[in-house]
Write a protein that binds this ligand. Structure first.
Ligand code: PLP
Length: 424
C-alpha cells in the first residue's frame, strides 16, 4: 500500500473504513478535555456503551425477582453463561460445546492443567516460551511443585536465537521433537504479550501432538485479536481473559476451550463442583457427579452473572462486526501505524526499532534507543495511552473496533515532537 504521512490521507482512510461506526459504541477517557488515543486495548479494552444496560438488567431482575431470577429473569441466571458459548466459539474457531466461561484466566489454566498435565516418571516435561507472562510462569512452577517435581528440570523454556527478537517456528518444532517421549505438555502464550508475535499455533500443536504430548494455549492476547481454529487444529485446551481485546471489563471472566475429544468423560482427572454436573439432575442434590457433556463440566460454582453481563454486551458487538472484518481492519491499521513509525524514525534519525515480527496481530512493540520512560510519560500527558514494559519497550495496540487511522497520524506527530523535545 502507498500510505502517506498526512492528516488528509489518514482521514480519507477513516472515511473508507467499513467499521468506522463502532468507535461511537465505546466510551473514551479524556485528557485535557479530548478523547485519548488509546493503544492499550491489549491490556484493558474500552467500555462498550451497551455494557451498563446489561448490568442494569441483572440488577433490576435481582431487585424485582430475587431468587426467582435464577429461572424467571428475562435472561435466566442459571444458564446465562451458555449464551456466551456460541459467539465465543466463532471467535476462537470452536464448537459451542467446547467453550465454557468461568473464573479468571490463571485459575482456569490451573484447572485445565489438573486435567491435561499428568506427569509420569518418563513423560513429565513442560515446554513453554522463555520469559512467559509472569502469571503463567508462577502457574507452571507451582503446578510442577505440586506434583512433587522440580521446576528446574521439568520446565523447558524456548529461547530466541541470539540477537533475534522473536521465536522461530522451526526451533519450536525441533525442540518438541528433541524432547519427544519426555514431553508431557506444550503450554505457550499464543500471542506473546511482550513482542506481539503470533505463534504458528497450528504447526506447533501438530508437532506437540505428534510427540504424544498435550497442547494448551494461553490466548490472553489472541482471543478477539487473531484468527483461531482451535477445534480443527486439535488443540487440547486453551483459556483467555476477556478484558483485553474483548472489552468485557476489568478482571472479568475467562473463557476456556476443551477439545470435543475430551468431553463427556467421567474418568478424566478434573476438579469438580455442582455447576459441572448435569443440569437435569443438579437440583436433585444427588451425591454422584454426572458431568455435563460439554466444557461446562469444568465449571465449579454458579457463575457471577453480574460479570457475565458486560462480557455478553461486548460479544454482541463481535457478533455484529465479525472477526474477518475486524482482522482486515486490524491489518491495515497496524500496517499504517508501522508506516508512520518508520517515517518518524527516519525524520528523527533512528531512535527506535519495531521488534514485533511479521507474524503479528494488533500490537507493535517498539524498542526505544535512548529516551525511554520520559518519552512514555510525555505521550501520556499528551493524551496518548500506551503501555510501558521494562527495560524500554512501548507497546502499541491499535484495536480495530475503536482506533482510527487519523489517531495513528496524530500519534506520529506527537512522538516526533516528544523525541525532538527530549533530545533538546
Ligand atoms: C493478561 C494475561 C494474564 C492475566 O491473567 P489473569 O488471571 O486474568 O489475571 C495471564 N497470562 C497472559 C499471557 C496474559 O497476557
Amino acid at each position: 500500500m502507498d500510505f502517506q504521512n498526512t492528516l488528509a490521507y489518514a482521514e480519507q482512510l477513516d472515511r473508507e473504513d467499513p467499521l468506522k461506526g463502532y468507535r461511537d459504541a465505546f466510551y473514551f477517557p479524556k485528557v485535557h478535555g479530548k478523547e485519548v488515543i488509546y493503544f492499550t486495548g491489549n491490556s484493558l479494552g474500552l467500555q462498550p456503551k451497551t455494557s451498563q444496560n446489561y448490568v442494569d438488567e441483572i440488577m433490576a431482575d435481582w431487585k424485582a425477582l430475587a431468587v426467582e431470577g435464577h429461572f424467571h429473569a428475562g435472561k435466566p441466571w442459571w444458564d446465562y453463561h451458555e449464551r456466551l458459548a456460541a459467539p465465543l466459539a466463532k471467535i476462537v474457531g470452536a464448537r459451542p460445546e467446547e467453550i465454557t466461561v468461568m473464573n479468571t484466566l490463571t485459575v482456569n489454566l490451573h484447572l485445565l492443567m489438573v486435567s491435561f498435565y499428568r506427569p509420569t516418571r518418563s513423560r513429565f516435561k513442560i515446554l513453554c516460551e522463555e520469559k512467559a507472562f509472569p502469571s503463567d510462569q508462577y502457574m507452571l512452577q507451582s503446578q510442577v511443585r505440586w506434583h512433587g517435581l522440580d521446576p528446574e528440570t521439568t520446565i523447558v523454556e524456548l529461547k530466541k536465537r541470539p540477537g533475534e527478537h522473536f521465536w522461530r517456528t522451526e526451533d519450536v518444532c525441533s525442540k518438541i521433537e528433541e524432547l519427544g517421549d519426555s514431553l508431557a505438555l506444550v503450554m505457550i502464550g499464543g500471542v506473546n504479550y511482550y513482542n506481539g508475535q503470533v505463534f504458528d499455533m497450528e504447526a506447533i500443536t501438530r508437532a506437540g501432538k505428534a510427540a504424544g504430548a498435550y497442547v494448551g494455549w494461553d490466548l490472553a492476547h489472541a482471543a478477539g485479536n487473531v484468527s483461531l481454529e482451535l477445534h480443527d487444529w486439535q488443540v487440547d485446551f486453551a483459556a483467555w481473559c476477556s478484558y483485553k481485546y474483548m472489552n468485557s471489563g476489568p478482571g472479568n471472566a475467562s473463557g476456556a476451550f476443551i477439545h470435543e475429544k475430551h468431553l463427556g468423560k467421567t474418568d478424566i482427572p478434573r476438579l469438580e463442583g455442582w455447576w459441572g454436573t448435569s443440569k437435569e439432575t443438579r437440583f436433585l442434590m444427588k451425591p454422584e457427579f454426572e458431568p455435563i457433556p460439554t466444557a461446562d463440566a469444568w465449571q465449579l460454582s454458579n457463575p457471577s452473572v453480574l460479570s457475565l453481563a458486560p462480557y455478553m454486551a461486548s460479544l454482541e458487538l463481535f457478533e455484529e462486526a465479525g472477526m474477518p472484518a475486524l482482522i482486515e481492519k486490524r491489518d491495515k491499521l497496524t500496517a499504517y501505524l508501522e508506516f508512520i513509525l518508520k517515517a518518524i524514525d527516519d525524520e528523527v534519525t533512528s531512535r527506535f526499532e519495531i521488534i514485533t515480527p511479521k507474524d503479528r496481530g494488533c500490537q507493535l512493540s517498539v524498542f526505544l534507543h535512548g529516551e525511554g520512560r520520559s518519552l512514555f510519560d510525555y505521550l501520556m500527558q499528551q493524551g496518548v495511552i500506551t503501555d510501558w514494559r521494562e527495560p524500554n519497550v512501548i507497546r502499541l495496540a491499535p484495536a480495530p473496533f475503536y482506533c482510527r487511522f487519523s489517531d495513528m497520524y496524530r500519534f506520529g506527530q506527537l512522538l516526533k515532537k516528544g523525541i525532538l523535545e527530549k533530545a533538546g
